[in-house]
Ligand binder design. Structure first.
Ligand code: F6R
Length: 609
């Protein structure tokens, strides 16, 4: 959600900042701006629209001299996308320029307070309050001013700051919104996401809540909230530059869809050794697992849909109640937790605000917490009791694909690990399931090789007004994700229903020519789904069936068109059925001419509530 980059070095700053912002544009893309120090003072250039607009104005940065600066790409929260609401926001006297990710919750109170003291505001943003307060409290020491401001603001922030009086410094501070410092040779960086600076350095330091960084050309210094110096541990980022590039694909989304076999391999294979699940990130003993009274799974969006599959899979394997919650609801519904509750938090970014708040609520109530996260060192990962990384590599496309697949694989691993520790499944059966899990990357590869059929089907239905997805059990859980994928990138209205619910209302939506995608991979519920397909067909629906080779012939009797995915254990079938439907969403969006990697109104990593 919004992207920040900052630079101090020997190179011209504006092209470096624009280059970094290009890597971050997937985080927000309704406006962008940069502020640069040069011999004639502090210069700010910003523009509504995609980064390309700003890039055009600055001719790739060439027209803006100066070697110190900050930049921002925005996803509007306070104030509509406009030139004036874009960041950097500048203080009344022109002393401070600020870029901000997050939300200042008490900004109205602070704004009114400053207005009464004669400070003039120009934008509708919460960020401008920070710039104005910095100038208001500045008495010659920027660090003191930052401290005064962070003592007073409530909410979440990652801030990049430059001050006209300190042309050789970049300042940064954060709370509940990620910010890293990149360390180079004679140059240093700040960024909200490591991908922005990977082309320059892999040496980073992560700021903790309320820590302040002061960057100069020769190095970076760090301070805590009381302004006492802090020693920071340097980390080496393992992701390489190529992982954050399109690598010949037209869109990141297609690249990431195609990366799923490899990503699944990275998640699964190091964790199955000599016929056993080995989860280095979990310290749950057999006694602790036996003592669990229930498991909550909490997440947002696509990660929540992993939870939907997990409920079916884990309840079946563990015979333990599993509750799945959308994080934004969980945090406010006063959940009843205790030390016998395990809360599994799922988040690709590890920074989603509601999910992080849910984790903190779980910990506050004394529950055991385990997170499934992709981004190493993210806030959720560092605050959970235990963490399991998916190792999917950077996911850049806003629509999540490989994160979903690898999170699912991690759920299967956790479930089978618990079964193994509890000793509740015959050894041979467990070995069979582990072999099937290890085989998932190969099956995914086979499945993704059949793109043409899906492309053809998309070409027939890309003009549809509404598309419905139906399924039962894990097929229903996969339908939820398939429907989200389609609607978020193609803007086609879409819903997912359980086959059994159709008659209770949704079937009234079906009319001549409505497309219904029926996921029917569960053998034991196949006949029930066939009945549902007959019901929608009798009302004029066109049905695309997703099934396994064994059930394909029977399904062909009813469906207008079908796609067979490789068969595997029932609870793992969503890992297969989702693949053609990710492709379907992609091709439909592409044929409609949508901006696939940057769908309207969305941004990657929702770090505000
Ligand atoms: C949809 C999508 C979102 C995310 C959601 C949670 O394609 O990507 O629904 O899944 O915002 O994000 P994380 O997993 O980073 O917490």
């Amino acid at each position: 959600m919004c992207g920040i980059v900052g630079y101090i070095g020997e190179e011209q700053a504006a092209p470096v900042l624009l280059g970094g912002l290009k890597k971050l544009e997937y985080r927000g893309y309704d406006s962008a701006g940069v502020a640069v120090h040069n011999s004639s003072g502090l210069h700010v250039v910003k523009a509504k629209g995609r980064l390309a607009v700003l890039d055009g104005i600055l001719e790739g940065g060439a027209t803006l001299p100066g070697t110190v600066g900050i930049g921002h790409t925005r996803w509007a929260t306070h104030g509509a996308p406009s030139d004036v609401n874009s960041h950097p926001q500048v203080s009344d006297g022109g002393l401070f320029a600020v870029v901000h990710n997050g939300i200042i919750e008490n900004y109205l109170y602070l704004k009114n307070h400053l207005k009464r003291r004669g400070v003039a505001f120009v934008s509708d943003t919460d960020t401008e309050v920070v710039a104005q307060m910095l100038e208001y409290y500045y008495k010659g020491d920027v660090l003191q001013a930052i401290r005064q401001v962070t003592d007073r603001v409530e909410g979440s922030y990652a801030l990049g700051i430059i001050c006209a009086h300190c042309p050789e410094k970049v300042f940064a501070v954060r709370k509940d919104s990620p910010l890293i410092v990149g360390l180079g040779q004679g140059e240093n960086f700040i960024a909200s996401d490591v991908t922005a600076i990977l082309g320059h350095t892999r040496r980073i330091c992560r700021l903790k809540d309320r820590e302040i960084a002061v960057l100069e050309r020769g190095g970076a210094r760090f301070f805590d909230a009381e302004l006492d110096p802090v020693e920071k541990q340097e980390e080496l980022v393992e992701w390489d530059v190529a992982a954050a590039e399109k690598g010949g694909y037209e869109h990141f989304m297609m690249k990431e869809i195609c990366e799923q076999p490899e990503a699944l391999g990275k998640t699964i294979s190091p964790r199955i050794r000599e016929g056993r699940v080995v989860l280095d990130g979990i310290r749950l003993s057999k006694e602790e697992i036996e003592g669990l009274s229930r498991i909550y799974i909490v997440a947002c969006g696509t990660s929540y849909h992993v939870g939907a599959v997990a409920k079916y899979a884990m309840e079946k394997l563990l015979r333990l109640p599993i509750e799945v919650d959308v994080a934004s609801e969980f945090r406010y519904r006063e959940p009843i937790l205790d030390s016998r509750t395990l809360v599994i938090i799922i988040s690709q970014s590890g920074e989603t605000a509601d999910t992080l708040a849910a984790l903190r609520e779980a910990k506050r109530q004394g529950a055991r917490t385990l997170s499934i996260v992709n981004v190493v060192g993210s806030t959720i990962a560092s605050e959970s009791d235990d963490v399991l990384y998916t190792w999917a590599g950077p996911e850049i496309a806003v629509a999540s694909t490989k994160a979903y697949s690898t999170q699912l694989a991690m759920i299967y691993l956790i479930a089978l690990y618990m079964v193994q520790e509890l000793g509740t499944m015959p050894q041979q059966e467990l070995a069979g399931l582990l072999a099937q899990l290890e085989n998932l990357p190969r099956l995914a590869e086979r499945c993704l090789a059949e793109k043409k059929e899906i492309q053809y089907f998309a070409s027939r239905y890309f003009n549809a007004g509404d598309i419905y997805f139906i399924g039962r059990n894990v097929d229903y859980a996969a339908s939820l994700e398939a429907s989200l994928k389609l609607k978020e990138i193609s803007y086609i209205h879409s819903e997912a229903y359980t086959g059994g619910e159709l008659k209770h209302g949704p079937i009234s939506l079906i009319e001549e020519g409505t497309l219904v995608v029926a996921i029917c991979t569960c053998r034991r519920l196949f006949e029930k789904m066939m009945a549902n397909i007959r019901e929608v067909k009798a009302r004029g629906a066109v049905v695309l069936g997703i099934t396994t080779p064994q059930l394909a012939e029977a399904l062909a009797q009813e469906a207008d068109c079908l796609f067979a995915v490789p068969d595997t254990a029932e609870f793992m079938l969503p890992s297969m059925s989702i693949l053609p439907l990710q492709l379907f969403a992609y091709y439909v969006a592409s044929m409609k001419g949508c901006d696939i990697d940057k769908p309207r109104n969305l941004a990657k990593s929702v770090t505000v509530e």
